[in-house]
Design a protein around this ligand. Sequence first.
Ligand code: FE
Ligand code: FE
Length: 201
Amino acid sequence: MSTLDLKKIENRLYKELDEDRYQHTLGVMYTSAALAMAHHTDIQKALLAGLLHDCAKCIPNKKKIKLCKKNNISVSDFEEQNPFLLHAKLGAFLAKTEYGVDDIDVIRAITYHTTGKPDMSVLEKIVYIADYIEPMRCKAPRLQEIREMAYKDLDECIYEILKDTLDYLEENPKEIDQTTVKAFHYYKTLHMDRQGEKEHA
Ligand code: FE
Ligand code: FE
């Protein structure tokens, strides 16, 4: 994907998204690129996935459900009750069909940017983290610590974000997606194993 293509997508997203979401999108795009630099992975893919991660975010919820059903994208009961979650897989679908993205890594990074999942790829981790730490974000606790960690250790950073996310969601247990819970347990186990290794070193 050339810079020109990215610019075209940017212009189109400017029309599709509201002002705040557009600014957030640029923040996620550049933060994803910076993380790709820090972790020696493909910068162009990171830019593209970051740019498109929320492309379906500003579609009204009813239309999200309708578009999913029309295009044979599965909608679980949980997603039907929390339709904002659908912007991730609907976004991945639109990235393919409307924005011409054929890179499966990029598509997956868009698909899992909201819930996370166990055993994420480097690009999936990067977009998930960038979404949480981009410069416009200010509400999450421990942001400074988590931002620093993002450039050092992706797995530890994911673990900390999932932990804080679940703590926050626990105040409203109905809204916890099981994929996020599974992701948390996966990264917690990884974290514990690494702690154990350190102690035995
Ligand atoms: Fe999102
Ligand atoms: Fe986002």
